[in-house]
Design a protein around this ligand. Structure first.
Ligand code: GDP
Ligand code: MG
Length: 706
């Protein structure tokens, strides 16, 4: 990193204390999201210029309640702070505290003080403190803790100037310990300090307490720690509860001394009143349901305009490139592989942006914490967690951001099950397939006065996906055996008006993650599929042209019609066509022929590719411009040579619908699951069970209806 010589400042604090808001205030747009080495936790870093003209690097660390980690995200922080020799160790630590809830923030602060790290305290949310009528004696607080204290309002940007001034001064390590180590622990701590050269007692004590956070130690030193632990019969976790109690009593004394007056609690009262409705046994669920409907409506109705626009732009671009550049494999790769591949990524941006706009507004306002609380009891029965709600909702737009959103679930089993079932939720990529096939086999009529049959069919497919997801979760809950139990420990933040720039940052961050993370895979697979569909044994262009010309010599086709037929024949001769024919025996029991087989293969990249492939196979490439009505007409006219009847009978149609509802036809999801579970076991298992589910269900549907 270019910042080797720059001061590194880390923001640490409880979740929701305002770290990210402060981070945004300090860095503006001068920030980037990366990854902590070796793990999939986002690392946000950025730069700020201090009053003395130097530039400092700011890192926004994941939220933690104490130095004892409870989840993957939290472990990152304790590892960074424990490894005093690492280059990642910040030069200065800023503990960001929600000043309306100082007690818990101070717990973390006192731990960092005792670790002997240079730390300062930022009291955030000073507006809320003022409104509650509380005020603190900052000078006393700073003196008692031995750390500088600055009060800010990270939302409005008040106090940022003072903070920057403080940050440009040197920061000394506090000389006021907040905690004394127990007699029994003194001997191993001393031995550890002597043998390993650990800087101070509390740090050595944490080495003994947290065997899991010591990955940074070379094996021999780690063995040394383990040896000392065994030799002194030191059981990790033994003193942890007692430590917390001792610290809280220290903090309570401190708070009694520095709190000047606490009178009016009116804002908290309002928040509690609101909770009586929003977490009500009946109203709570109804309101949440209403919100979900609004979100779905937004994802589907509002996103179509920008999506159609993106679709059109990429189609035009591809056509323009195809005709403007000299013909050849490079042009064809660009026009038929790369540009449509890019389009296939960008087209999801509107839905992802809208979805995360909603999610971040709900999170920012404090409502999401209530949803988690409301849903936890229900979800738990299925081996899920209240926090699984967000991924499951997100899955409606796209499984990729949804699976990324499971990171907030601390419990390994619940997180894994959520990841495993999320792709069963019908994502937006299934929509084009659903609409086309439904239009083919379900009459456009109304039932019971105002229910459109096609609309009902679509809704049924969504419900089916959801029910199957919940059922699978329930089964996996029975199969996956772990002793890990989870408790939902959370406190309800008071309601707040969301801060819009934070919403904006979230949208930007998530879309960027999607475009770059998933984009890479989608791009690569698009190219592979382009090769499969454009090349075959021998010169397939010449062969296709010859064969079409021969059979249509007396058909008097237009030039365009001829070209379309050649394209279709080329696809038939290509590797994709060969594979399609090869798998025909396997998919015949589902009612599919090799043409559908080709589409199954190409749509493995992403489901929506199905429609485009159908267009090419049925040779309507140039004539219809992949226009839906043309594809529909052409598919309706397609005849099954064996029966002489229509190819897409209701049996075949429903079989296809069910297949795409359950099948894991998405390379990018597999890639994301690999990345999130750090191995091939879960993505492969997921692929296998979903494909089996899809195959068996489609088989039953076809055999019953035919
Ligand atoms: P993080 O979880 O620590 O990163 O916290 P965020 O920066 O995401 O902030 C959590 C919530 O607190 C957001 O809704 C912020 O808009 C809000 N917030 C942050 N700072 C302040 C502040 O000084 N005053 C008020 N009223 N709200 C704030
Ligand atoms: Mg944050």
């Amino acid at each position: 990193m270019a910042s080797a010589s720059k001061t590194k400042i880390a923001l640490v604090g409880n979740p929701n204390s305002g770290k990210s808001s402060l981070f945004n205030q300090l860095t503006g747009l001068n920030q980037k999201v990366g990854n902590f080495p070796g793990v999939t936790v986002d690392k946000k870093s950025g730069f700020t210029t201090l009053p003395d003209g130097t530039v400092a690097e700011i890192v926004d660390l994941p939220g933690i309640y104490s130095i004892y980690p409870r989840s993957l995200d939290e472990r990152i922080v304790s590892e960074i702070l424990l490894d005093h020799r690492s280059a990642a160790l910040p030069d200065k630590i800023v503990v960001v505290a929600d000043a309306t809830n100082l007690k818990r923030s101070l717990l973390l602060l006192t731990q960092i003080v005792d670790m002997g790290l240079p730390v300062m305290l930022v009291l955030n949310m000073m507006d809320l403190v003022a409104r509650a009528g509380i005020s603190y004696d900052f000078t006393a607080l700073s003196r008692r803790l031995g750390v500088p204290v600055v009060a800010v309002n990270a939302r409005k940007g008040e106090g940022i100037k003072e903070l920057k001034e403080q940050l440009s001064k040197p920061l000394a390590v506090s000389q006021r310990p907040c905690f004394t180590i127990w007699e029994e622990a003194k001997a191993p701590v001393k031995e550890l300090r002597d043998t390993l050269g650990v800087d101070n007692d509390y740090e050595a004590y944490l080495f003994l307490e947290q065997p899991d956070s010591l990955k940074f130690l070379p094996a021999d030193r780690k063995n040394n720690v383990d040896r000392i632990r065994t030799a002194h019969k030191f059981h990790p976790g033994k003193f942890q509860g007692a430590e917390t109690i001792q610290r809280y009593s220290f903090i309570q004394d401190l708070l009694n001394d520095i709190t000047l007056r606490a009178t009016d609690h009116s804002w908290k009262k309002h928040s509690n009143q609101l909770d009586r409705i929003l977490t009500h046994k009946v109203w709570g669920y109804l309101i949440f349901l209403g919100l979900l409907l609004l979100i779905f409506q937004a994802i589907f109705a509002w996103a179509t305009v920008p999506m159609d626009f993106i679709d059109a732009v990429f189609a035009d671009l591809s056509q323009w490139v195809g005709s403007a550049l000299p013909a050849g494999p490079a042009t064809s790769l660009l026009a038929e592989g790369i540009i449509p591949g890019l389009g296939g990524i960008v087209i999801f941006v509107p839905q992802i942006a809208i979805l995360f706009a909603f999610i971040s507004i709900l999170e920012e306002s404090g409502y999401m914490a209530r949803v988690v609380f409301l849903m936890d009891k229900i979800m738990r029965r299925f081996g899920l967690n209240g926090k699984s709600v967000v991924p499951l909702i997100s899955g409606v737009a796209c499984a990729i951001p949804a699976i990324m959103a499971t990171r907030t679930i601390d419990n390994w089993k619940e997180r894994t099950i959520t990841i495993m079932i999320t792709p069963l939720i019908s994502c937006s990529a299934r929509l084009p397939i659903f609409t086309i096939i439904i239009a083919l086999i379900v009459p456009d009529e109304t039932a019971l006065g105002f229910f459109n049959l096609q609309g009902l069919a679509l809704m049924a497919l969504y419900l089916l996906g959801f029910v199957m997801a919940i059922t699978s979760a329930w089964i996996m809950n029975l199969i996956i055996r772990v002793r890990e139990r989870s408790y939902l420990v959370m406190e309800m933040p008071t309601y707040r008006i969301p801060k819009w720039s934070n919403v904006g940052y979230t949208i930007l961050e998530k879309t960027k993650a999607f475009v770059f993370e998933a984009g890479k895979v989608i791009m690569a697979i698009s190219i592979v599929l382009w090769v499969l569909a454009s090349y075959g044994p021998g010169d397939i262009t010449t062969r296709a042209t010859a064969s079409v010309q021969q059979e249509s010599a007396n058909l008097r086709l237009t030039e365009e019609g001829l070209q379309d037929r050649i394209a279709a024949r080329k696809l038939e001769y290509s590797y994709a066509g060969i594979i399609g024919k090869a798998i025909e025996p396997v998919i015949r029991p589902l009612g599919y022929d090799w043409k559908i087989g080709i589409a199954l293969i190409t749509s493995f990249a992403a489901r929506e590719v199905f429609v485009g492939t159908m267009a090419t196979i049925y040779s309507i490439g140039s004539a219809g411009d992949e226009d839906e009505t043309t594809i529909k007409t052409r598919m309706r006219e397609e005849v099954n040579p064996e029966t002489g009847e229509a190819r897409f009978t209701p049996a075949v149609g429903f079989s296809l619908l069910i297949f795409y509802t359950f099948a894991m036809q998405c390379m990018s999801t597999i890639a994301v699951v690999y990345r999130e579970t750090k191995g091939w076991k879960w993505p492969l298992l997921q692929f296998a069970y979903m494909t089996a589910l899809a195959y068996v269900s489609a088989f039953i549907v076809y055999q019953v209806l035919r």
